[in-house]
Design a binder for this molecule. Structure first.
Ligand SMILES: Nc1ncnc2c1ncn2[C@@H]1O[C@H](COP(=O)(O)OP(=O)(O)O)[C@@H](O)[C@H]1O
Ligand SMILES: [Mg+2]
Length: 293
């Protein structure tokens, strides 16, 4: 668990984070969402110590990161995996060497043990037999998976991902999202993901922090977001009319009023019969056009 307590951060006279408090839960995909410029990356960088906070505190499983000496921070950093925006692989190194890099940096393991571990994580992200390929030779989705493999190779307790879906098509994005969620649960990691991808929010939003202009605007999960009346959140997540309709439909489904798995061919044959789900009594008492006068 990572706790963020009343964190503020300014650059010059521009205040970017304005007293943000939140909890990132263990074994869950914790999402930080918000429009571009709302402070997601700055918050993540504060959490890993790439930026110092001006005010407030960050705690890792109860221990104050803010108060730690550099030596203690170094130790903690070894338990942190990071998936950088755009994967940030070393282009001149093979997939294998990219993934092995943190092992070379932080372990004294022999070559065989390192390669075994590299193969283990490559297999976990479904990239068996790509060891000798170079980043330029694999697809965007595969690059992300190499990035994930590298981020988890030291078996971290905490995983940070900044916009893991940037540049990917929706279907590949979903595969990456679900992979990150599976790994999070399997290894019981505290995973923090910055995103502005509405699909990610709905698929893996187990704990969502919505940032608006440097402030915490809303917190909840992907079920609660459907029922949220927060106007800023709704305008951000359900930006198009199509998505607003989808939200309404999901709300009706959650309330048991419609069945979203219904056979649409059947519904279209006799739409009126399906106005209210399988409940003829209700339909008869429903005021028809004749009652409108
Ligand atoms: N190193 C920096 N120096 C000055 N301003 C910065 C720096 N990093 C980010 N900012 C500013 O902080 C604001 C929030 O940025 P960022 O956290 O990157 O937004 P997001 O990730 O939500 O798109 C932006 O206005 C950005 O210009
Ligand atoms: Mg960002």
């Amino acid at each position: 668990m990572i706790e963020i307590k009343n964190v503020s951060k300014s650059f010059g006279d521009k205040q970017i984070l304005k007293g943000v408090s939140a909890v990132m839960e263990t074994g869950k995909t914790n999402l930080i969402i918000g429009t571009s410029g709302s402070g997601k990356t700055v918050l993540q960088k504060c959490m890993v110590g790439l930026f110092e906070v001006d005010k407030g505190e960050i705690l890792y499983d109860g221990k104050s990161f803010t108060a730690m000496h550099e030596e203690e921070r170094k130790e903690l950093r070894q338990q942190i995996g990071m998936l950088f925006q755009g994967s940030a692989l070393f282009d001149s190194m093979t997939v294998e060497r990219n993934v092995k890099f943190p092992l070379d940096m932080f372990t004294t393991w022999d070559h065989k043990k390192k390669i075994d571990r590299v193969n283990e994580v490559l297999e976990r992200v479904n990239l068996k037999d790509t060891n000798k390929k170079f980043p330029a030779e694999v697809s965007g989705g595969m690059k992300k998976r190499v990035g994930i493999a590298r981020a988890i190779v030291l078996n971290p307790k905490y995983l940070f991902c900044d916009e893991p879906n940037s540049g990917l098509d929706p279907q590949t994005s979903m595969v990456i999202d679900l992979l990150i969620k599976e790994i999070t649960q399997e290894y019981n990691m505290t995973t923090v993901i910055n995103t502005h991808d509405m699909n990610s929010v709905m698929e893996i939003g187990e704990n969502i922090l919505y940032m608006y202009q440097g402030e915490k605007e809303w917190v909840g999960n992907n079920k609660e977001i459907i029922f949220s009346k927060n106007q800023k959140l709704n305008e951000f997540i359900f930006a198009s009319e199509f998505l607003r309709d989808a939200k309404d439909m999901r709300m009706l489904e959650e309330k048991g009023i419609i069945d979203n798995d219904r056979n649409m061919d059947e519904v279209m044959k006799d739409p009126e019969a399906h106005l209210l789900m399988g409940d003829n009594d209700k339909r008869e008492s429903h005021p028809g056009p004749a009652d409108d006068k």
